[in-house]
Unconditional design. Structure first.
Length: 178
């Protein structure tokens, strides 16, 4: 199969990775899978995929952002989509700066991901929102940014934010403000 149709999926949820792999294989991609930073490094020694889907939060010490950086350094032309259940403005900006072409929040399907590969160049016609960012949304973003910085350690996040652990836990249980 052609190199440009080779896809690397970096996802530590084995069931989701399998489902995504099968879906992309039906669309004509040759799919490689990795569940950690080290597995990605090993695969890049023998393969050079043209596409990658990277989960932001991986088990272990390295995040998906480190994988994005490594993949982009390996091949600056690789189209990389970051997929996450922990979306925030801070991680989206960093993912793009490190070489991702797009950033999607879960749940996203194969159609969404493939469309993101097609929109790698950006779109100047995207409609701007008329609503200003609320204080609650800013608070939510700051909490998630700090959570990511502490590797999702609730106690350390609460300490860094200067709030009680139970207060933080209550805020995380509430639905996100839109």
């Amino acid at each position: 199969m052609e190199v440009e149709r080779q896809l690397l999926i970096v996802e530590d949820d084995a069931a989701f990775a399998r489902t995504l792999s099968r879906s992309f294989e039906r669309r004509g991609y040759s799919v490689l899978q990795a569940s950690s930073f080290d597995e990605v490094a090993t695969l890049l020694q023998t393969h050079s995929p043209g596409y990658a889907v990277v989960d932001l939060k991986l088990n272990g010490d390295a995040s998906g952002l480190a994988c994005v950086q490594m993949l982009s350094a390996h091949d600056p032309d690789m189209l990389i989509v970051v997929l996450t259940g922990f979306a925030s403005i801070a991680t989206a900006v960093e993912a793009i700066k490190l070489g991702a072409c797009h950033y999607l929040a879960k749940p996203s399907n194969t159609d969404d991901i493939e469309a993101a590969f097609g929109r790698a160049g950006g779109d100047t016609e995207v409609e701007l929102t008329q609503r200003a960012t609320s204080i609650k949304t800013l608070e939510w973003e700051r909490i998630h940014e700090t959570l990511a910085d502490t590797n999702f350690n609730i106690s350390e996040t609460a300490r860094r934010l200067g709030m009680h652990r139970r207060t933080l836990a209550r805020k995380l249980v509430k639905q996100r403000v839109k």
